[in-house]
Structure formats: structure tokens, C-alpha cells
Design a protein around this ligand. Structure first.
Ligand code: RRO
Length: 526
């Protein structure tokens, strides 16, 4: 299961799965049975002094998951260090100790004591605790206080990795995440439980002894996916701060959702109660997915579904003072792979590879110049308007007139054909076109309407845009694909080309976005 190996701060883990700070504390037997599928373990939160916890009942089952209000029951740091640390080492997995407190000083004192112990791999700050110095508002609900808390602990724990576990009970969790990052946390964990309540109809009293508690389990999973995604795209990706995604994970799909949203590791807590083999099940399922998708490691899936939301087409239209239809057509006609009605998402580079790539005149010219053109496999997107009969007659026409030799073809779905063609140099129109391509090699002239508009909006971008591929390239594709959209076929045939596309598109995207943002800033500034 090499593909599941994960690094988090200074911790090396066999899998990205973490047994999170649970309701009852560490379940030794379960963890030992679950090796090697458990990557690390987090203890129940420890405080400076012992705490007895809240009145019973402390746990209530609901249809959406478990409500708990344990009230931080723990033996206090002294006892914890003496009794629990030696035992934790017997687990033979990395140990993360969760720390809680009533004021900043308490957190710092506890963390310092823990940082002295080699047996501990990392410290996690549980900031879902009332701050007595601030009238009881939780540390994790006040960005300024949290930043001070994280800064203070960070300065006190030497080289130990610091994790901050965030509460979801806030207006905008990314503001809090940014504060923790500013304070120097190396990792964020999210989410802690969502505040909830259950009422007994017979007694007409709240079911929990503490009246209210925290909800964990199935019901909070989509909230966790969203919050991981939101923190990842708002600040964690930029700051390279990994996220431990926690919330209602009981199977591989739910874990993968968190990973795709931006989590490097996934916490499992409540599901341990129901399924003794949950770690094995989830790890094996993730492994299977990684293998099926042909990716090297689970790490390369992190944040794959988290595209950068830049601006909606409507926003861009307003900023640039051009009609929205124009913005849409610009996005569709450039290498940006604007998904239909995608609302203005700029997708990630990896995603681009799965979408339509537009071969520009320049790329085609490069291809010819490198002698890579023959034979070339292309999948031509014909749009929905051409029938198979018409297509077949075009193909027949090529063969008969000697424009191109069709080596292989197969219809994929309506309007799409995958084929391998060889341009025949002898044909008069090909000769001219190939000559003109060679002349234009590496030129980045922008002559078309789209290009002109793009230039006027964005400045001179050194990638050629062509309304019609065949204007400067070759007639076959013009006749087939008036919009010039091509989808590359197999990597086998076009691996080298794909690599170049990637570079060009990477360059293009960077330059496009940079100019667009500059333009918008200029307009906003005026
Ligand atoms: O002990 C608890 O009641 C508790 C804690 Br410290 C926490 O962080 N999250 C939770 O749901 N319960």
C-alpha cells in the first residue's frame, strides 16, 4: 500500500487515515487491530488540571449521528504524562496529543510539557473551548484570539508539528483558518462537532445532561466536505498548509470526497463504534480507487475537485464592460476549457487534460515541424449537427481526393469520431498548407476576430488563437470542425504532444489570469 503513504508536518504515516480525538479516548484494542491501516492516533483532549466532565447522559444517538457533551473529561496533564504516554507508545503508530484550555497560558503550559516528550509526534490544539478571559467565547470563534493562542504555542514547542483543530460553529471558517495559519500552525484539522440538541418527548427535557452538545457522524459529512474545500481554496493551498478532513467518514467514498476537496489526511471517529474494520475498509477502498484511476499516490488526489473559482462570466462582463455573451465566447474559444454553463470556473491543469484541448495553429505547426504529424490520432468533436452519413461521405471524399488517408476510425457517440489520419503531402492543398504552416512556425501572430478581442482585452498573449484551425493549419479539420475543437485521443500516440499542450496551456492560463486580474484591478481602481 505504498501509494497510501502520507506525510503530515514531521510525521510519516502508512496511510492518510487518522483515528481522531474520540468521545471515549483512545480505543487501544481497536487501533492495534487496525494496524497498518491507521496512519496516526489523536488522544482525547488533555487540560492542565483534571476535569470530571459534564452530567450524564453525555451521548445521545440521533438519526443524523451522535450528539455528545462529555465536557472535556480527562485526568489532567500530569497524570496523562505519567500513565498514558507510555501506553500510547505501545500502539506503534504516530501519536498526536490534543490539548485544551481555558486561557492561552493553560494551552502553552500543557503544550510545553508535551513538547519535551519524544514519544509524542505532534500537538493538536482543540480550540472549541470557552476562553474564560473573554467571557466564554470559544477560542476557535475569535480570529484575533486564536492567532495569539497559536503564536504562543508555536513559540513554545520547538520542532514538534502543530495542528489546530477548528470548530465549524462560526460564520466563515476560512477567516479562522487564516488566523491559525498566521499564528504558525503547520496543519489544520476540521471539523470538530456541530452544535446540536435533542429533546425527549416524554419528559419534554433535553436528552443531554448538558442540554446541548456536539453532533458527529453521518449528518455532518457534507458540511465537512464543504468546509475543507472552502479552507483549501481560500487559504490552505496557497499557504501549503495540509488539512486533516474530519466529519462523518464511514466508507472509502466519503474519505475520498474529503481528499478531493483538499484534505491530505482523513479523520475517522464516530464510525469506529459501528464498524470494527472501518480503517481497513476505508484504506483498501482508497487504494483500489487510486489503482483504478491510475494515479501514483493518494497525495496526487488532494484538492483535485477544488477548482479555482475566479469570477463568474457575469462578473467579468461587468468588470470589462463587454457583453456576457462575448465573455462566454472568449472563454469557449480559448484554451480555457470552460465547461458548458460552468459559471466561470477555471479548472485545474489536470482537469484540463480531461477536457477539450484546442490545438492552436502554433501547436499544429510545431507538430508538423517536428515530423510528428504522421500518422496522428485525433478525436474530432463535430458538434451535434453532423450526421454519421455526412461524416462518412466526408471521409470517403478525403480518401478519393487523396487529401488524407484514414487509417482507423470509430464512432464514439453522436457527432464524435476517433480516427487516425495521415495527411498526404502530395495533395495540392496539403502542400500549400504545410508550407504555410512551416513558414508560420513559432509565429504568434493573432489575426482572427477572437484573437483581436482577446488582445484588446488582455494584451498581447503569445499563444496563437485561431477561430478556425484550418486557416493556418490544414483543411481536413476545418471541414470537420468549424469551431476548431479537437480532443486528443490516446496518450500512446500523443504523449509527447500532450506534454507540450500541458506546457502551453499552463503558460496560457497563467498569462490569461494574470492579465485578466490586472485588467480588472485597473478598472476597479478607476
Ligand atoms: O469533551 C467534549 O465534550 C467534546 C470536545 Br473536548 C470536543 O472537542 N468536541 C466534542 O464534540 N466534545
Amino acid at each position: 500500500m505504498e501509494r497510501l503513504e502520507t506525510t503530515l508536518g514531521n510525521i510519516r504515516m502508512e496511510t492518510p487515515l487518522i483515528a481522531v480525538s474520540g468521545i471515549y479516548g483512545v480505543d487501544y484494542e481497536r487501533i492495534i487491530q487496525s494496524r497498518p491501516y491507521v496512519g496516526a492516533v489523536v488522544t482525547k483532549s488533555v487540560t492542565l488540571n483534571p476535569r470530571a466532565g459534564n452530567p450524564e447522559p453525555r451521548i445521545v444517538e440521533t438519526r443524523a449521528g451522535l450528539l455528545n457533551s462529555i465536557g472535556l473529561q480527562n485526568p489532567g496533564i500530569k497524570m496523562f504524562l505519567e500513565q498514558q504516554i507510555p501506553e500510547l507508545r505501545t500502539l506503534e503508530v504516530p501519536v498526536i496529543v490534543s490539548v485544551a484550555g481555558s486561557d492561552i497560558d493553560e494551552y502553552i503550559q500543557c503544550s510545553k510539557l508535551l513538547a519535551e516528550r519524544d514519544e509524542i509526534d505532534a500537538i493538536e490544539l482543540n480550540v472549541s473551548c470557552p476562553n474564560v478571559e473573554a467571557g466564554g467565547i470559544e477560542f476557535g470563534c475569535d480570529a484575533d484570539v486564536l492567532e495569539r493562542l497559536v503564536t504562543g504555542v508555536r513559540e513554545s514547542i520547538g520542532t514538534k508539528t502543530l495542528i489546530t483543530k477548528l470548530t465549524p460553529n462560526v460564520t466563515d471558517i476560512s477567516v479562522i483558518a487564516q488566523a491559525a495559519i498566521n499564528g504558525g500552525t503547520e496543519v489544520l484539522a476540521l471539523i470538530n462537532t456541530i452544535r446540536g440538541m435533542a429533546i425527549d418527548l416524554d419528559t419534554q427535557r433535553p436528552k443531554l445532561g448538558n442540554l446541548v452538545g456536539g453532533l458527529s457522524g453521518i449528518g455532518i459529512h457534507p458540511v465537512a466536505v464543504y468546509m475543507v474545500y472552502h479552507c483549501y481554496t481560500s487559504c490552505c493551498r496557497k499557504a501549503s498548509v495540509p488539512i486533516i478532513g474530519i466529519g462523518g467518514v464511514s466508507n472509502p467514498s466519503e474519505a475520498l470526497e474529503l481528499i478531493l476537496a483538499g484534505a491530505t489526511c482523513v479523520g475517522i471517529g464516530t464510525a469506529m463504534f459501528r464498524n470494527p474494520t472501518v480503517f481497513e475498509d476505508v484504506a483498501m477502498g482508497i487504494h483500489q480507487y487510486v489503482v483504478t484511476k491510475g494515479v501514483e499516490s493518494v497525495a496526487s488526489l488532494v484538492g483535485k475537485s477544488a477548482g479555482d473559482k475566479v469570477l463568474s462570466f457575469g462578473d467579468i462582463a461587468i468588470y470589462l464592460n463587454i457583453p456576457e455573451t462575448k465573455v462566454r465566447s472568449l472563454c469557449n474559444q480559448t484554451a480555457l476549457p470552460g465547461r458548458p454553463s460552468n459559471g466561470g470556473w477555471v479548472t485545474t491543469i489536470d482537469e484540463i487534460e480531461r477536457w477539450y484541448l484546442r490545438i492552436t495553429g502554433r501547436q499544429w505547426a510545431d507538430l508538423v515541424a517536428d515530423g510528428n504529424l504522421e500518422p496522428v490520432s485525433v478525436e474530432v468533436n463535430l458538434g451535434a449537427n453532423i450526421s454519421h452519413e455526412r461524416l462518412t461521405s466526408i471521409l470517403r471524399h478525403w480518401q478519393e481526393t487523396g487529401i488524407a488517408e484514414v487509417l482507423e476510425q470509430s464512432f464514439e457517440s453522436k457527432g464524435t469520431i476517433v480516427m487516425k489520419i495521415r495527411l498526404l503531402e502530395d495533395h495540392e492543398s496539403n502542400k500549400q498548407n504545410l508550407q504555410s504552416i512551416r513558414r508560420r512556425q513559432a509565429k504568434t501572430e493573432t489575426t482572427t476576430e477572437t484573437g483581436k478581442i482577446l488582445n484588446s482585452v488582455l494584451g498581447n498573449i503569445s499563444v496563437a488563437f485561431e477561430d478556425k484551425l484550418a486557416v493556418t493549419t490544414q483543411p481536413i479539420l476545418l471541414s470537420l470542425s468549424p469551431d476548431g475543437l479537437l480532443r486528443l485521443a490516446t496518450q500512446e500516440h500523443l504523449g509527447h504532444l500532450l506534454q507540450r499542450d500541458r506546457e502551453i496551456i499552463r503558460f496560457f492560463l497563467a498569462s490569461y489570469m494574470e492579465r485578466l486580474i490586472q485588467q480588472i484591478q485597473r478598472i476597479q481602481g478607476n
